[in-house]
Design a binder for this molecule. Structure first.
Ligand code: MG
Length: 250
């Protein structure tokens, strides 16, 4: 069989799937045009009980994953990747609702995984891929909104490069009995208001060209991490709401 244009054909088969990790032959998600924005390019403010992680000006809730303050560039109400490494929140979260807005560079450069690549990690381990996936085919499990290396988004709801886009995520952290996995991490994700994952159990923390595995972690809380993949992706209006068990709350 001919080699696929992108992706890999020598990686392990994903459990419960006929596809390999980053399989170049895995079908491309169907394109859906998201509903229009209000022109103002701002998707509104956080709900009253949210923890605002980035308000457009103050990056103090974040640090570099290598230690020290986050050095990404804050300007004009957004923060931009600056090739200084990933950044993560100082605070740790478990089960949560997360809202993130991002924009890929308006000027299109590169292709496939080299175009507007970044990522939003829950618990610093589970990546929802950020990529300029508008008219940019790549392996399906690395597509915009993919649970990277595992599950393509249900559809491709990308806006054109340069436009603001949103992720709304309901994340349930994995549950452990001692070191034994009791329940996988579960993700529900809306991209620009369009459902792209519904209660999707992750196969394990994100990996590259390898099968994910829960072997080496027993984390049930962790920071939100944003990936520096070398592309000048912008973020703004980031907030989180820890999910609480109502009955256990008092
Ligand atoms: Mg990425």
């Amino acid at each position: 069989m001919a080699k696929p244009e992108f992706g890999y054909d020598d990686t392990p088969k994903l459990p419960g799937s006929k596809w390999r990790v980053h399989d170049g032959r895995r079908p491309q998600p169907r394109i859906v045009t998201p509903g229009s924005q209000d022109g103002a390019q701002h998707f509104g403010t956080a709900p009253s009980d949210a923890t605002v992680l980035f308000d457009g000006a103050d990056l103090s809730k974040w640090k570099s994953v290598d230690g020290g303050d986050a050095e990404w560039k804050v300007e004009n109400g957004y923060v931009q990747v600056t090739r200084t490494g990933d950044i993560e929140t100082r605070e740790h979260f478990g089960d949560c609702q997360l809202h993130v807005e991002w924009a890929a560079p308006e000027e299109v450069k590169g292709e496939s995984q080299g175009r507007g690549n970044s990522g939003v990690f829950l618990l610093s381990l589970y990546e929802i891929q950020v990529l300029d996936g508008f008219d940019n085919p790549t392996y399906a499990d690395g597509m915009t909104g993919a649970i990277y290396g595992q599950f393509p988004p249900l559809v491709n709801a990308c806006r054109p490069p340069g436009e603001w886009q949103s992720y709304d995520v309901i994340f349930e952290a994995p549950k452990w009995v001692g070191d034994r996995l009791h329940k996988a991490a579960t993700l529900t994700v809306l991209h620009n208001g369009v459902l792209v994952h519904h209660c999707r159990p992750a196969l394990g923390p994100t990996d590259h060209k390898a099968l994910p595995s829960y072997q080496d972690t027993s984390a049930d809380t962790g920071p939100v991490r944003l990936q520096d993949h070398g592309d000048e992706v912008r973020y703004r209006n980031i907030w989180v709401r820890p999910l609480m068990d109502y009955d256990a709350a008092d």
